[in-house]
Design a protein around this ligand. Structure first.
Ligand SMILES: Nc1ncnc2c1ncn2[C@@H]1O[C@H](COP(=O)(O)OP(=O)(O)OP(=O)(O)O)[C@@H](O)[C@H]1O
Length: 260
């Protein structure tokens, strides 16, 4: 028997007024899987993600986490089980790096020495520099460093599931590549289940096991990149063609044997 999904959406719907932000979506995310959710602005990606940790409540359908209906889990307890990384990092500006990372264990009542040890462990895991970063405020960090702190904070309560809303979207391409690869490694090492929203199909193909494509609140397609390329949906095919088209344009513009 296949193991139960880490996250399961069954005919899930969410409207804001007359707008159906998520429209009858059914989707399973297997334990240990890395799923990328792609789609245009306003297609319902963030709403879909936040239905899983009850930052948004569904109007219809069921969302389950490790077999449990989220409606039966206290929202605060649920959010401890699920790490959440915001696009902007979402760090508390008045707290140091260490205090940002340690906030959840602190709220859970962990002893100070245990929190300090966990913070140091996460600083090392996210390849931040303990001596120079630990006591800094977020404003004194680069965008990439802030996102590393955001990931560390989301991991502090040792969640098995990570939800990431365009975590690397605002970064320069080199930092973005490095952070994406580092996180993919961490995902495997820690045995996480990850759902990551991205606008970038290249990032989705390079990092994820499977890709879900949203449009107008509907789940248009889901599958591995190879499975998606067999789709008969014109929008899905267009999204998949974009990375290759970019490579072809780059190949035409950059001389062979050059920096590429
Ligand atoms: N709290 C809200 N109140 C009213 N409308 C909302 C609310 N949250 C989202 N929406 C609308 O629901 C639709 C889906 O929004 P959502 O943020 O899920 O899309 P998205 O695919 O994540 O977009 P983006 O890529 O721009 O972040 C949009 O039309 C948005 O304006």
């Amino acid at each position: 028997m296949p193991s139960r999904p880490a996250i399961s959406y069954r005919n899930v719907t969410k409207s804001f007024g007359s707008l159906r932000a998520v429209d009858d979506v059914s989707l399973d995310i297997a334990a240990g899987e890395f799923l990328a959710v792609v789609g245009g602005s306003g297609s319902g990606k963030t709403t879909l993600l936040r239905l899983a940790n009850r930052l948004i409540e569904a109007d219809g359908g069921t969302v389950t986490i490790e077999g449990e209906d989220v409606q039966n889990i206290d929202p605060v307890a649920l959010r401890r089980r699920i790490g959440y990384v915001f696009q902007s990092g979402g760090l508390f500006p008045h707290l140091s790096v260490a205090d940002n990372i340690g906030i959840t264990p602190k709220l859970l009542g962990a002893p100070a020495a245990e929190i300090a040890a966990r913070v140091d462990e996460l600083i090392a895991l996210m390849q931040l520099d303990r001596a120079s970063h630990r006591d800094r405020l977020p404003e004194a960090l680069s965008g990439g460093q802030r996102q590393r702190v955001g990931v560390a904070r989301a991991l502090a309560a040792k969640p098995r599931i990570m939800l990431m809303d365009e975590p690397f979207g605002a970064l320069d391409p080199l930092t973005r590549d490095a952070l994406g690869e580092d996180f993919r490694e961490l995902h495997s090492k820690l045995g996480l289940t990850t759902v990551m929203i991205t606008h970038d199909m290249t990032e989705a193909i390079l990092l994820a096991d499977r890709i879900a494509v949203m449009r107008g609140g509907r789940l248009l397609a889901q599958g591995t990149p190879a499975e998606l390329s067999a789709s008969n949906d014109a929008y899905v095919l267009e999204l998949l063609r974009t990375p290759r088209r970019q490579v072809e344009r780059l190949n035409a513009l950059l001389p062979l044997g050059g920096a590429a």
